[in-house]
Design a binder for this molecule. Structure first.
Ligand code: PGA
Length: 257
């Protein structure tokens, strides 16, 4: 059975102390729901800035329903790349995941599908599971191009991977017009795209792999709308930005399956 995921993307927020406070509050709340997480196959993923990764190893020790990762990694193995952090360095903190291809990386750091493909590959090679993001901008949706855009993002970046690698990838559908805007995709819009993506995986790989792949939704997912979104058959959870910075809200999202 594929996992249900509540993933928190802190983006460029939280000082060291604020991060510790947020995780401590979240753990306290989550302690009341361990049975729920177990019974519903829920995994909570935290994606803080790099500075928190080492701390999370200690804070999340002995927490079977929690795991963590980075928001980005370099396409290079190691070397003279000032300011970059490699997949193997991230893995050495105990992290198990990395977000690849967030629309903010595509937009502000000009990351192309080709670079993202290299990043996903090096992440996998170093034992990290990529959360690969895809999604259209508003103008593309208005022209009815959303399916073609998402298909090209996935085919150019990851659909040429080996089956063993594809099985480790989590897909996040994040319509860019919904990110940080307070405008959420309707449950039906999310379901339509998630089913489309699952179908693409089935076509390119197999139905079995498609059924095992977690496809999560991102874009103004919050404590009030998570339940409806997650009730859709192909929506396996959420990649949450703003609402993941408030322990109570993110906890509510993690119990909305
Ligand atoms: P948001 O961000 O929840 O603040 O819209 C989601 C994301 O960018 O992953």
């Amino acid at each position: 059975m594929r996992k249900k995921l509540a993933a928190g993307n802190w983006k460029m927020n939280q000082s060291l102390d604020e991060g510790i406070g947020l995780v401590s509050n979240l753990l306290e709340l989550a302690a009341t729901k361990t049975e729920y997480y177990q019974n519903n196959n829920v995994q909570i993923l935290l994606f803080p800035p790099f500075i928190h990764l080492v701390l999370l190893e200690t804070l999340l020790e002995g927490q079977p329903h929690f795991a963590y990762g980075a928001q980005n990694c370099s396409w290079a193995d190691k070397g003279a790349y000032t300011g970059e952090v490699s997949a193997s360095m991230i893995h050495s903190t105990g992290a198990g995941y990395v977000i690849i291809g967030h629309s903010e990386r595509r937009q502000y750091f000009s990351e192309s599908n080709r670079i993202l493909s290299e990043k996903a590959q090096i992440a996998l090679k170093n034992g990290l599971q990529p959360v690969f993001c895809c999604g259209e901008v508003l103008a593309e949706r208005e022209k009815g191009e959303q399916f073609a855009i998402v298909e090209s993002q996935l085919s150019e970046a990851i659909f040429h991977f080996e089956e063993e690698d594809i099985k480790k990838i989590i897909i996040a559908y994040e319509p860019v017009w919904a990110i940080g805007t307070g405008v959420t995709a309707s449950p039906e819009q999310a379901q339509e795209m998630h089913a489309f993506i699952r179908n693409l995986i089935a076509k390119n790989f197999s139905t079995e792999i498609a059924n095992e792949t977690s496809i999560i939704y991102g874009g103004s997912c919050n404590a009030a709308n998570a339940k409806l979104l997650f009730s859709m058959p192909d929506v396996d959870g959420g990649l949450v930005g703003g609402a993941s910075l408030i322990a109570e809200d993110f906890f509510t999202i993690s119990t909305s399956f």
